[in-house]
Design a protein around this ligand. Sequence first.
Ligand SMILES: Cc1ncc(COP(=O)(O)O)c(C=O)c1O
Length: 389
Amino acid sequence: MSNAIHAQNRWNASLMPNYGTPNLVLERGVGSTVWDVDGKEYIDLLAGIAVNIAGHAHPKIVEAVTRQMQTLGHTSNFAAHEQGLKLAERILEATGRSGKVFFCNSGTEANEAAIKLARLTGRTGLVALHGSFHGRTMGAISITGQPKKHDPFRPLLPDVQFVNPNDVEDLQRTITDTTSAFWLEPISGEGGVLPATQEYLNAAQQICDATGALFVVDEVQTGIARTGSMFAYQNSGISPDVLLLAKGLGGGIPIGAMVAFDEHADLLQPGLHGTTFGGNAVACAAANAVLDLVETEDLMTRAKHIGAEIERVLLPIEGVEMVRGQGAMQGVVLKDNVASIVEARGRELGVITNAPLPNVLRLVPPLVITDLELAKGLDLLARAIAESS
Ligand SMILES: Cc1ncc(COP(=O)(O)O)c(C=O)c1O
């Protein structure tokens, strides 16, 4: 029996079946290459779903986390510490706006915090997109536009309405002066790497401004240099009231953040929200190391290069309909519903991607991926597509 099959059997016996049985059993990684427990090598074009911006085992992140753990580990929020202060200041500086930050541990928690913040406007209505994804807790699934995730868990939060992506008229009809917040992913990852159009973003901004609804931009997946800007909203000139971050922020260490701007920054008064681990010094140290790397390695420019390469190599492949996205967040839209087959064939050949929709592959590689790793990964994926079409 292979080591992987043995591990899968152990998984089935001791872990809940909510994820199904993982196809991969990984042992170690360096940069954008990982190895499984049987020694097989893979190019990682998924990065733990848009998390490992600095790849695996980046020495600067290892060093930052180790040094922080040796200096001051967990404190709870009864104490402030330099890493958390510095991280909040740097996030705000990257937005160039006045605001305040709340730290949590995941994307779901960032969304959950924003749902509570929206309630503090005194309004209850929430508007989000069909096909969107904002997390798995009861609040976050309530604003996730995927009925199959709702049905087993009803009743959900009341007063939530869903609109069609990139449909300005639907937005005009639905957002009113009883809407507390409109929720948007600049590029919907789970929705098939589907970017919001510039026209839609402009309309959303204008409608939120006119009705007083908060404009909540969920950048859990798009944030932190992935799309070629620090935050994807900066590619379009919109100005959210609330910005949500997680995934790439910690470079592999769990951390999430909600940023509320201007007059919304002080809505969460003492006692209204909190978390034991949120803003943990070790997680903040990892995030500060990620932000250092974004600067020193010019990862925003790198993200644009990665996106251009993905399109250049994969668009001409027979079986590919279109390549869409921004920077290092690209969806490869296939002509047929064979994305899961391509994903599996890619894995056999030694490249990791995933299929958020039956006809879409998602590529969100580490931003530090080398030209060699990228070329190898795309070559393997091109073969997998050609063989599955
Ligand atoms: C846009 C978006 N929001 C929220 C989440 C939930 O984040 P987490 O899985 O860290 O709770 C995700 C995760 O994929 C996401 O892509």
